[in-house]
Design a protein around this ligand. Structure first.
Ligand SMILES: [Zn+2]
Ligand SMILES: [Zn+2]
Length: 173
């Protein structure tokens, strides 16, 4: 007998699961099961239209019902981030990025996170350290809850604390 243990924070239930979405209840965010991105609750329809043509569209009434229970993140919410060294947010894709290792004030580490090497290199110039760290040694796994429209906010994650992938019982389009 095979059964799947869903990732801890993720739940799948109608009406959202009927349209390819789950909810991560730890971070109060709707996640698209197909592309593993967080989707602002006010952008569910536009996300499906743009990235999943052919997928049934959730109705405005259904979104209103979903919004009744809880404070699901929208494009207006404060950006989500988390301290380094934590497990990845369940359901979100894990990307390769860079974390800044430069010491600032006392023993504090800057820890700013970047997806692109170019923005990381540019960031390093804000520090007045004599020897710049080698970018390759700063590579790390990163995530962002939302990935479009200026809503990105990257944070580093420890993938050794990962949960298993979502159960493949939803039809993905
Ligand atoms: Zn999607
Ligand atoms: Zn830095």
């Amino acid at each position: 007998m095979t059964f799947f243990l869903p990732p801890q924070g993720l739940i799948y239930r109608p009406p959202l699961s009927d349209f390819g979405f789950g909810v991560n209840v730890e971070v109060d965010c709707i996640i698209c099961v197909s592309c593993k991105r967080g989707i602002p609750v006010n952008m569910l329809r536009s996300h499906s239209k743009k990235y999943h043509p052919g997928r049934n569209l959730i109705s405005g009434e259904e979104i209103a019902v979903v919004q009744l229970n809880g404070s699901l993140r929208s494009s207006e919410s404060e950006k989500y981030t988390q301290p380094p060294g934590q497990k990845p947010v369940d359901g979100l894709g894990v990307l390769r990025g860079f974390v800044c290792p430069v010491s600032v004030a006392g023993s504090q580490i800057c820890s700013a996170v970047f997806l692109a090497r170019t923005t990381f290199d540019r960031h390093l110039s804000v520090h007045s350290c004599r020897s710049k760290p080698d970018a390759a040694s700063c590579a790390c796994h990163v995530q962002t809850l939302f990935s479009h429209g200026g809503l990105q906010e990257y944070f580093s994650v420890d993938t050794s604390r990962s949960q298993p992938d979502p159960p493949p019982h939803l039809s993905l389009r």
